[in-house]
Write a protein that binds this ligand. Structure first.
Ligand code: NI
Length: 260
């Protein structure tokens, strides 16, 4: 068990509550970051999790033989257990407990890789649009870049205050039901705030904050490693419908089904 080395200030906690996101310059050590980078590169080289449906193209139809537009690995720590024993994870958990309460637990991790001059944009969305509409969530995601990020190579953008919205209508990216990634056409991007960060910095946002990341226009890969934490989800009194999830038919779900 690694001891956390970070604590948010009261001003940071207030900013998170008011704006619906927070950006911090440092969440882990250089040494920890280097270990994560090595595990991360190996996972993408080996296409770990492909057969389980955990490694797929977030923005394309995942056709075999096509280079992925936005390669992503769900649950990378399953394939690289060293990722469970990082200072990043200990610090992310400490932050989640400051923001959500001591019951907050790790929920899942994912890795989004944007190849140089190749990565697609991650369109505007709310994370909760991906989740079970029958449940109520109090969750947040901590997004750490493994190299410096800015608007040129795909840093995070947020719409302040959007965490107070309900879940907006979403659809698969480009309206293609074979695509796993979701987008909403109802975000007002003129309100967006960009969050450039050094390697090992982080942004933190809850499930309803509208966010977006541009394509990678630089000559270097853009790697981000995301950890999600939350309180145990509770059944909603008034169930919702997310029709964009009902219509989805992706190759990754097919692989996950065949692998069960
Ligand atoms: Ni997201």
């Amino acid at each position: 068990m690694i001891e956390p080395s970070i604590q948010l200030s009261d001003a940071e906690i207030r900013r998170f509550e008011e704006e619906g996101y927070l950006s911090i310059d440092r969440i882990t050590s250089d040494e920890d970051l280097e270990g994560i980078r090595q595990a991360y590169e190996e996972l993408f080289e080996l296409r770990s999790g492909h057969d389980q449906g955990d490694h797929f193209d977030l923005a394309g139809a995942d056709d075999e033989g096509q280079p992925p537009k936005l390669p992503q690995i769900l649950n990378p720590a399953r394939y690289a257990p060293a990722l469970e024993q990082t200072l990043y994870r200990a610090n992310a958990q400490a932050i989640a407990r400051q923001l959500l309460g001591p019951e907050a637990e790790f929920q899942f991790d994912h890795a989004i890789y944007k190849p140089p001059r190749h990565g697609a944009e991650t369109p505007w969305h709310q994370d909760e649009a991906y989740w079970n509409p029958d449940m109520e969530y109090q969750s947040l995601s901590i997004w750490m870049p493994l190299q410096e990020v800015d608007a040129e190579n795909g840093c995070m953008h947020f719409i302040p205050g959007s965490h107070r919205l309900e879940v907006l209508p979403h659809r698969p990216i480009g309206g293609d039901p074979r695509v796993h990634g979701l987008e909403t056409l109802e975000a007002d991007s003129s309100l967006a705030v960009a969050c450039p960060l050094p390697a090992g910095g982080a942004t933190i946002h809850p499930g309803r904050t509208l966010h977006y990341a541009p394509a990678n226009h630089s000559d270097r890969p853009r790697r981000a490693y995301i950890l999600s934490f939350g309180l145990p989800p509770r059944p909603l009194d008034k169930p919702r419908r997310f029709p964009w999830l009902e219509a989805r038919q992706t190759a990754r779900e097919e692989r996950a089904r065949n692998n069960d």
